[in-house]
Design a protein around this ligand. Structure first.
Ligand code: ZN
Length: 516
């Protein structure tokens, strides 16, 4: 069935006009939320503690655990209820970088911008070795080089050989026509993503082949970074016993291309490497952070409005835009509503997720534990009790609207709730959906789940998963705006007579939860 036909059928079956007319908008409460969110915001402090003070927050790393305990103690101080780190099950090894020095020592000295891959081995002390170039994925070249690779640092080259000048700005905001034409953000289909798994498996086999040749380290190029940004989000495995034995190092595109040109001109290149990484197997279970403002209506207080973002990050920056930004906003939403002493009819719950970056593990397991199995679609009684889940995970940009996640029945409700924020540039209520982040695990078990549309700023051009994803690349005024708009959405969802209307249970994306 075409989407247009589906929408027509929905239109015929839902009394939208009645919903829109009756929809209550509490303008007095919105004024109070705006005052607290825009003029008494604590977004800068929250973001500072999540990023600068906690450090990188790779799931189960010391930085992640620091952030978990800071969020728990802070939300307790604010007077929120049922605040806890809630375990969701097995994740894997705790890992962190304790030292990373990578420099070219021949033909001359040059310090590289470099990071080990996630869960990479260290070097067991300083290492100095000649660099050999092998085309990435070329097993026959590796087999042919054979014993000559022993003790060498292998750099994996590809066809990418130059960077063009950046004529476009890194950061953008949506203009009116961008918003009007926006269909989806960061969404990929099964057909686009599934072949990638096979490519990845073949690549892992190739890297194992190199390890079997006794190489000292493997150097890879950053995938798409430039101007010193390194998108350090490569991993092999985080399960205990599956870690690679040879250090894998990602270097900036510029550093990589220089070495590639030198070797191409038959100039010998040597690297000095000293990497220390720490593996800790003592606690392989992971937690999300949960806190609530209890509902007060005797009939509705068992129902939930849930909000969240992911607390875990990659490790070369401090995960500021991905996703301390989302956690800052969602914590600030709770602070605003608690400070205003709202008495919501339904319970408002925030959950800050772990394990998102490796595959939505925190939210997947939370949904499975409380609401239903995302694979089998067998739901628990709690699934009926959730009115909505709202997520924020598209960087530091202000809220420009919301995607309906193919749930046309909420369009007129959301349009009414968005209307008071036109002056703050939040206007769009768009069909379509967005991915891949934690609202998806709710959506897939039939709970109305939504991701807000945000200005991109420099999320995909500069910060997403990179060493530049640090506090300085946050836009605090944007986070204040987002907290204000979302606090109002959450409040109105909690006060509404009815839960939000639901769409039919979506079909599973079979590849997404493979291996869970
Ligand atoms: Zn994210």
């Amino acid at each position: 069935m075409k989407l247009a036909t589906k929408l027509l059928l929905l239109l015929l079956s839902c009394p939208f006009a009645a919903i829109a007319q009756d929809e209550n908008v509490d303008t007095a409460m919105i004024a109070r939320i705006r005052e607290q969110g825009l003029h008494h915001s604590q977004a800068d402090t929250i973001a500072h503690y999540l990023t600068d003070i906690s450090g990188p927050r790779l799931t189960n790393s010391p930085g992640y655990r620091h952030a978990v305990s800071w969020c728990v103690s802070t939300m307790k101080k604010w007077g929120l209820s049922n605040v806890a780190a809630e375990p969701w099950g097995e994740f894997g090894t705790s890992w962190e970088i304790q030292k990373c020095y990578v420099a070219m020592s021949a033909p001359y000295y040059h310090q590289l911008i470099a990071y080990p891959w996630g869960w990479s081995a260290g070097t067991k002390g300083p290492l100095s070795a000649t660099v050999v170039a092998i085309p990435d994925g070329d097993s026959s070249a590796a087999v042919k080089a054979g014993a000559s690779l022993k003790g060498k640092i292998v750099m994996l080259t590809d066809t990418f050989t130059s960077i063009r000048s950046a004529f476009k700005p890194y950061a953008i905001r949506f203009n009116d026509s961008d918003l009007a034409n926006l269909k989806q953000q960061f969404w990929a289909t099964y057909d686009e993503m599934h072949p990638y798994a096979a490519v990845e498996a073949a690549h892992k086999r190739f890297l194992k082949l190199l390890e079997s040749k006794g190489v000292a380290a493997i150097v890879t190029k950053d995938y798409g970074g430039r101007d010193g940004s390194v998108y350090a989000d490569q991993i092999d495995a985080f399960e205990r016993s599956a870690h690679p034995s040879v250090p894998r190092i990602m270097v900036s595109t510029e550093d990589f291309l220089r070495m590639q040109r030198l070797i191409g001109s038959h100039v010998p290149v040597k690297l000095d490497v000293d990497i220390r990484t720490r593996f800790d197997y003592s606690d392989t279970k992971a937690s999300n952070v949960v806190a609530e403002i209890p509902g007060t209506d005797p009939k509705l207080k068992d129902e939930l409005v849930i909000i969240g973002g992911h607390l875990d990050s990659w490790y070369s920056g401090t995960g500021a835009t991905d996703n301390a930004a989302g956690c800052t906003v969602m914590m600030e939403v709770m602070r605003i509503l608690k400070t205003l002493n709202v008495q919501p009819r339904r319970t408002i719950r925030v959950v800050l997720w772990g394990g998102e970056e490796q595959g939505l593990y925190g939210s997947y397991n939370y949904v499975k534990n409380h609401f239903g199995d995302p694979v089998t679609k067998v739901v628990k009684p709690g699934q009926e009790k959730v009115s909505a889940y709202y997520n924020l995970d598209n960087g530091s940009g202000k809220v420009r609207g919301i995607f309906l996640q193919e749930n046309e029945a909420v369009r007129l409700i959301f349009e009414k709730w968005m209307a008071p924020f036109t002056d703050l540039d939040a206007t769009a209520v768009k069909s379509g959906n967005t991915g891949f982040t934690d609202h998806y695990t709710f959506d897939i078990v039939g709970i109305p789940a939504f991701e807000f549309i945000q200005d991109p700023l420099e999320y995909l051009t500069r910060t997403h998963h990179s060493n530049m994803d640090v506090y300085d690349h946050l836009s605090i005024p944007d986070l204040q705006q987002a907290s204000t708009v979302i606090a109002s959405f959450v409040y109105h969802t909690a006060m509404r007579d009815e839960k939000l209307p639901r769409k039919p249970m979506p079909k599973p994306e079979p590849w997404l939860f493979e291996g869970f």
